[in-house]
Design a protein around this ligand. Structure first.
Ligand SMILES: Cc1cc2nc3c(=O)[nH]c(=O)nc-3n(C[C@H](O)[C@H](O)[C@H](O)COP(=O)(O)OP(=O)(O)OC[C@H]3O[C@@H](n4cnc5c(N)ncnc54)[C@H](O)[C@@H]3O)c2cc1C
Length: 400
């Protein structure tokens, strides 16, 4: 193998370039990214960066020693097509990159409301989105957040801290139910209430009001909320449309085995765009977790190089975190739909404090969740049972 093209210049793309070099690959690596920016970290976009307590230098992903990776960066260029049999990638400037191997690391983009949207309506996925939103978060303005998922909840928390008048609308009866289950989802919903941020559950958006700029949000239950700014946080869509016709199996992302191999030889997929087989569920899952995008590439690089590599720790213990209203919510493991929840410590409710619990299908612990106020060490105040998260928490601290 002499040439590798990586499509997607973010966490998973950079991690794959690093993994290829770390595993001895000496050929050419070209990384294509449609954003103008060098790789940067997305989690701070709804947290420290949006709050203004970190800047672009602080969220850069590349480090000084990445110069030794000897990567050819093609930034500001969009990959339009992949020719499956030859692995040639066509870019929007007409150039064609032939390669022995291709890494798909195109992530996901924010889902938006349909139709033409008035000014003051934002989504949050990119650095440019975060800059535009930050400029609009003026103290005293009324912000309506559509969607009480992790990104929506974090924006609400950050904007509330700025002194905006924040309201959240969520179509589901319980926030974060799919990720955390009803008990911990309800507990997270209480964080908004405890901060004095109204959360309207079980109602959707009927119409955005105002032109050229937003003035209100009409809800499906007939109410209208006044708004100067709206943030739409209703999930993400994998960036895989450009791969249609390539011969790849696509199904809510690029279908891969546990190591990231696709159905085409010499083509792997990693990070948020990959729908990867997980041994712990025995099925495919497309995860939008920072640790997954960081760890998956080592196995995918080994698959391309034809060597063996243990599967990422994230495969055994998936992990993600969210920071809201001064609380660090952490979740490790896999929540089984038929599992029951055991509260180990604390009370999940408006009383803030630690509330770790385990989801235990048929008595076997499968997941832990904790909502804690970070201590002076930045650690977790709650106790974690049965699942070792220490290596992952170490990585996360390194990235912070
Ligand atoms: C606001 C926000 C907060 C988050 N907070 C957390 C958190 O607290 N905890 C957590 O675990 N995770 C969090 N995440 C998720 C985490 O950031 C993602 O899992 C991670 O960024 C995925 O990395 P990736 O490289 O797979 O994809 P991405 O970061 O999406 O990068 C993909 C890149 O490919 C580019 N691209 C797409 N299509 C093409 C194309 N055709 N040609 C060229 N380039 C293309 C995209 O523009 C992008 O630059 C957060 C995400 C966001 C947006």
């Amino acid at each position: 193998m002499r040439d590798v093209t990586v499509v997607g210049a973010s966490l998973a793309g950079l991690a794959t370039a690093r993994a290829l070099r770390a595993q001895g690959f000496t050929g050419t690596i070209t990384v294509v990214g449609d954003e103008e920016h060098a790789p940067y970290d997305r989690p701070p976009l709804s947290k420290e960066f949006l709050a203004g307590s970190s800047d672009e230098d602080a969220i850069a992903l590349t480090e000084d020693d990445d110069a030794a990776l000897d990567v050819e960066w093609r930034l500001g260029r969009t990959a339009l097509a992949l020719d499956g049999p030859t692995r040639a990638v066509t870019l929007d400037d007409g150039s064609i990159l032939p390669a022995d191997a291709v890494v798909l690391a195109t992530g996901a983009r924010a889902r938006n409301l349909p139709g033409e949207l008035p000014g003051g309506v934002h989504t949050l996925r990119t650095l440019d989105d975060a800059r535009a939103l930050r400029a609009d978060l003026v103290p005293g303005r009324r912000l309506v957040v559509v969607g009480a998922g992790f990104v929506g909840a974090e924006v609400a928390s950050t904007a509330h801290g700025f002194g905006l008048d924040v309201t959240i609308v969520e179509a589901a009866p319980v926030p974060l139910q799919r990720a955390l289950g009803p008990e911990m989802g309800t507990a997270c919903g209480h964080l908004h209430a405890a901060a004095g941020v109204p959360l309207h559950l079980g109602t959707g958006v009927a119409r955005l009001v105002g032109s050229p700029r937003i003035t209100g949000v009409e809800l499906t239950d007939g109410r209208e909320l006044s708004a100067d700014v709206v943030v739409v946080g209703i999930g993400a869509i994998p960036n895989v449309e450009w791969l249609e016709g390539s011969g790849l199996d696509l199904d809510d992302g690029v279908v891969t085995d546990a190591a990231g191999r696709t159905n085409l030889p010499g083509v792997v997929a990693v990070g948020d765009c990959a729908s990867t087989h997980r041994d712990y569920t025995g099925s495919r899952l497309r995860l939008e977790h920072w640790t997954n995008a960081l760890q998956q590439p080592a196995a995918a690089a080994a698959a391309l190089l034809g060597t063996e590599h243990s599967l990422p720790a994230h495969h055994a213990v998936p992990y993600f975190w969210s920071d809201q209203y001064g609380h660090s919510i952490q979740f490790a493991g896999h929540r089984a739909a038929d599992g029951s929840v055991r509260i180990d410590d604390g009370v999940p409710g408006p009383a803030t404090g630690s509330s770790p619990c385990s989801s235990t299908p048929r008595g076997r612990p499968s997941a832990c969740s904790a909502s804690t106020v970070p201590g002076p060490s930045g650690g977790c105040a709650g106790s974690w049972r049965n699942v070792s998260t220490d290596p992952i928490r170490h990585l996360r601290r390194r990235s912070a």
